[in-house]
Write a new protein. Structure first.
Length: 390
């Protein structure tokens, strides 16, 4: 009876009464946290009064690449399919190697030659089968023609402009000691210079210098990614897929300035673009690498088809189709003339790839058939440089 009453008395006690040590520890922790937060606020007021900024942040130059060792499957979104007429609604294998290049990449540990392709999504070729993406396929065709062991690296990244490719070139391409680097840019440069007026902008999707503020939430996210990488990836996919990987060049990236009046300074746009092309060639030559430029294939005909017109209307509400087409064509012409002035090979995809849906599934992106055609063109043009670079 006495033991029963003892048990009954214990049950009547609250959790705090039964766990006094734990309760005391909990109170102490809460008190310390509150004290620290209070002290932080007081110190903040004192620092502001004294003109001191104690906010901790770092800055770094952006390296726009996919997460190394990524392995995933990507499927076109509804928006992708709406502005396409030959894009297949299916899953596409998408992998990234340890150095941030699209797989397949390192076929050989000791290749005879290495090629690197730089550009945006038109080089990346997300919605193409792995073995058909033209940077890889062009390398395979060159192997057959030359009998050499060739590694061909796909350094394309959706949304990248020529400034981003220059940073990629300096940071991770030069160490590969490639024989040839092929760069293709146009539409991403044109759009960033139309909307932001400069490569040196504060657009969070395109900025050159990234500022990292180390607040509590950011540190928590970093810790979560480190300790629970698979759960973190699944969570990011639920929230942000497919935008996490599929950078839509004419989507929300410019939401903050959509509706603003666009004025196209043609002379400045072309001049800024040409400077980046020149810098690319100079860096390559300094490093004893052969630079090659490519114009961009497209479906921007004099009289646009329904798909091209629909995509154009999504990216520009001010410029007429004719104005945009003329600017795009002028960017391709700048590539030709800059290469000609520097004695550099230009692969003119804009003239050699038919402007038809059989090859290009929207305004500028190649499908599998288009990639196969482009790989053949590239391998034909590069054969002499690979076999006899002198």
């Amino acid at each position: 009876m006495g033991r029963f009453m003892e048990l009954n008395n214990i049950q009547k006690k609250s959790w705090f009464e039964r766990n006094q040590k734990k309760t005391l520890a909990f109170i102490i922790v809460i008190a310390l946290i509150s004290l620290m937060f209070g002290a932080e606020k007081v110190m903040g007021l004192i620092n502001r009064h004294n003109g001191v900024n104690a906010v901790y942040f770092t800055r770094h130059i952006t390296l726009r690449e996919r997460p190394p060792l990524l392995s995933s499957y990507l499927r076109p979104t509804k928006e992708d399919l709406e502005i396409s007429d030959t894009l297949k609604d299916k899953r596409y294998r998408y992998r990234i190697d340890k150095n941030g290049f699209v797989v397949p990449s390192d076929k050989y540990a000791n290749p005879d030659k290495s090629l690197v392709f730089l550009g945006g999504s038109a080089v990346e070729c997300i919605f193409v089968e792995e073995e058909n993406r033209f940077p890889y396929l062009a390398g395979c065709l060159l192997e057959k023609k030359s009998g050499l062991k060739i590694n061909s690296y796909n350094g394309g990244h959706g949304g990248n402009n020529s400034m981003h490719s220059l940073f990629i070139l300096l940071s991770k391409v030069i160490p590969l000691k490639p024989s040839i680097i092929v760069m293709m840019h146009n539409i991403n440069d044109l759009v960033i210079l139309l909307y932001e007026k400069t490569y040196y902008n504060n657009n969070p999707h395109k900025e050159i210098i990234v500022t990292e503020n180390y607040g509590v939430l950011r540190l928590a996210r970093m810790l979560g990614k480190k300790m629970f990488p698979n759960l973190s990836q699944a969570g990011s996919q639920l929230v942000d897929i497919p935008r996490y990987l599929q950078v839509v060049e004419f989507g929300d990236e410019f939401a903050r300035i959509r509706g603003a009046k666009i004025t196209a300074d043609r002379e400045k746009i072309i001049s800024d673009f040409r400077k980046n092309l020149q810098l690319f060639m100079e860096i390559c030559r300094t490093q004893k690498i052969i630079p090659v430029l490519m114009t961009m294939q497209n479906r921007l005909k004099e009289v646009p088809d329904a798909i091209t017109l629909k995509e154009f209307r999504r990216l520009s509400s001010d410029l007429s189709y004719e104005e945009f087409k003329n600017l795009f064509d002028a960017m391709n012409e700048a590539i030709r003339s800059q290469a000609r002035e520097n004695g550099v090979l230009v692969i003119d995809l804009a003239r050699e790839v038919p402007q038809e849906k059989e090859f290009i599934y929207d305004m500028v992106h190649l499908n599998d058939t288009g990639c196969q055609r482009v790989a053949e063109i590239i391998s034909d043009r590069l054969e002499r440089l690979v076999v006899n670079p002198n």
